[in-house]
Every structure is written in C-alpha cells, then in structure tokens.
Design a protein around this ligand. Sequence first.
Ligand code: ADP
Ligand code: MG
Length: 402
Amino acid sequence: MAKKTLEDCPPETLSNEIVVVRVDYNLPLDADGEVVDHTRLVRTLPTIRYLVDAGAKAVLLSHLGRPGGRPDPALSLRPVAGRLEKILGSPVGFCPETTGPVAREAVQAMKGGEVLLLENTRFCPKDAQNDPGWAEEIAYGTQLFVNDAFGAAHRAHASTQGIADAVRRGGGEAVAGFLLEKELRFLCDAMVDPERPFVAVIGGAKISSKIDVIEALLPAVDGLLIGGAMANTFFRALGWAFGDSLVEEDCADTALSVMEWAGEKLLLPVDVVTTPSITPDAETRVFASDQVEEGEQIADIGPRTVKSFAEVLGTARTVIWSGPMGVFELAPFQSGTYGVARAAAAAADAGATVIVGGGDSVAAVAAAGVVEHITHISTGGSASLELLSGKKLPGVEALSDR
Ligand code: ADP
Ligand code: MG
C-alpha cells in the first residue's frame, strides 16, 4: 500500500501517547436507541486492541446518522460506548462533547491503555464543512492520527480529511488502521490484479446509482451478472414488455450502450419472479424475462437465472457482489438473492476471493446466513462503490505516504 498503516507504528512508540482514531460507528439503532447490529464495532477491534496493548490513549471519533450539524439526543454515541466496552472487555469512557473544555479535560485525564469515545462529530456543522480550525481542535495535539473509518473515507470532512492534514502539518503522521487497510487491500487487489475468472454481480434498485461502477468494472471483469430492479431497465432497452416494473426510462440508452460494450460478458436474468403488488404475502408468478404480462411487477430473478448465475459463480476465482437480486426484504422475493448468496458462499468455500459491498447486500448476506463464508464483507457501501469506480477517497488520499 502506498499509504502508511498502523503496522508502520511500533507499539513501543505509542506508550502513553494520545492517538486519535476516526472510526465508523454509524450503527443501526432501534427506536429505543439500542444498537441493532454491532458489526462495525467488532471490525475496529484489531486497531483498538493494538493501541490499548501498546499503552496508548485512544481517543475515538465517529459520526452517527445525519443530525444536520446540531446536537440530537437520539443520535448520541453514548450507547455505542457501552456496547464497545462489552465487546472490547475493558473500560471505554464516553465524553458528551466532541470539542471544548469538557472534552479537552477528559482527554488530558486519560491514562495509557484507556479508550475514550467522544460525542458524534456531526453534532457540529464544522465536520461536514471540513473546517481546518475545527480539524485542529479534534486532533488534540496528537502526533498520530489513525483513520479506520472506511465507510466515511469517501467524504472530505474535518474528521476524515481535515484532521489528517492538520496532524501532518504539525509534523505528525496520519495512517490507515487495520480495518481501512484491509478494505483497501481487498478492493484494490481485485481491481488491479484479480485471480481469474473475475465475476461481478451487480443488482439493487437503480442502474443510475451503479452505472459508474458498472463502467469501471466492465473492462476488468470476465463476467458481469445483472439482477435486481436495474435489470428491468435493460429489458426496457431491449424493447421487452416489463409490465408495471420499476424502470429508469432516462437510463435506457445507457443500458443499451453497456450491453453493446459488454457483449458476451454481460448476463441478464433469463426469467423473473413477478407479482401484481409487492407485499409481504404477495402471490407470485415466474415469467421468461421477455414475456412479462401487463399488470405484473418484476420483484426477483427467477429460478433458472439463479441456477445459471450459480454456475458462473462456481467457476469464478474472484467475485465482487453489490446489490440484491430482488426485494429480498420480503419473503416471496428472497429466493434470488439468497440463492446467489449461497452460490457466492460456495465459491468462497472452494477458494475464490468473494467480496460483498453495499448496505443492503451485506444485510442480505447476513439474512441468508452465509456471512462466515464470505472472504471480505465491506463496511463501506458508498465508499466501496466509489473505490471500485476508480475514484480517489479523500480520507485515504490525506494519509501519510509510505
Ligand atoms: P446496496 O445497498 O447493497 O448497494 P441498493 O441500495 O442498490 O443495494 O439496492 C437495494 C434495494 O433494491 C433493496 O431495498 C431491494 O428491495 C431493492 N430491489 C432489488 N430488486 C428490486 C426490484 N426488482 N424491484 C424493486 N426493488 C428492488
Ligand atoms: Mg442500499
């Protein structure tokens, strides 16, 4: 990797030093403010344990939700600190301020080996504004800033980019944490030098949100499997009937040029699961993709498609998957996504590198019960898509060069 990582920081240099760490603890909370899924906490443990074991004072910064630059009690990180303490197995302090005298005092009072989580960075508008003065404040005079927040690395905010710049201006280092390093390694290796065959599975609601990724992946992959609602726009471009299905009319030309460019690399669903209305107890029917009747909505890929996609995945050595194959949140339409999830898991079991990215795709893999089999589950939805599209991530660019 071209950027420095925590591995470049020997533990003996960290004892009793303040180390500021940007994590992505933007966790799903329920209506009572309880943490629903703590995967993102668990994924930062290697970085935090490394710092705790080295006797550093680990000051953690994160955003949570979109409070719009104002304090919002419903989006406090306090419950997250409690949850982190449980899974870390050692005390985690919480400070209800991000900057100011209370926070400064809390940081000053820390002892080596302690962890302190500061309040939601987005309670202050200066985070999203990438305010350089505020970036200095949240750096707390540290000589080492660790970015472990892959999910926020595509944003040029004070707590991602500004703080790295500030620490480096002050003669310190800004490095990637172990999670960020792993995310970059998997995604970059796949794009730069994948073991072949290299197959991408792209689905989800909209072609418009993933067209950059599709265009970046096409020259790199040996096969591109398209599912989800975005396949409908391809059907539309081919002049096929699509009933009442979700279609992006203004993307039909894009779909057509992707098809021409991709040639035989592109595989569209040969059959689809449809329903008159997408509800939890919907009646479903299966049609060949070019035979969908009026009044029907496409809500999943069909069984023949699952079989053919599974065969392709069975031969792959590298797989990238982003976007569910259907409305997997509802039982009548989950077979396609779960079928692909099982095929991806089997490919990984057979030695392929399988990478899954995207909030809903990761949730689908978890719901299908195959998380443990997947080689790498990306914690950054948008960040992984931007990286796969060949874009630079400001939070990574700002780190110290090797
Ligand atoms: P990710 O978060 O993994 O990047 P997206 O956000 O792009 O995925 O898309 C996920 C959403 O797409 C899901 O909520 C799913 O219900 C929806 N979706 C997939 N297929 C269809 C379809 N055929 N019709 C309507 N919605 C669909
Ligand atoms: Mg999504």
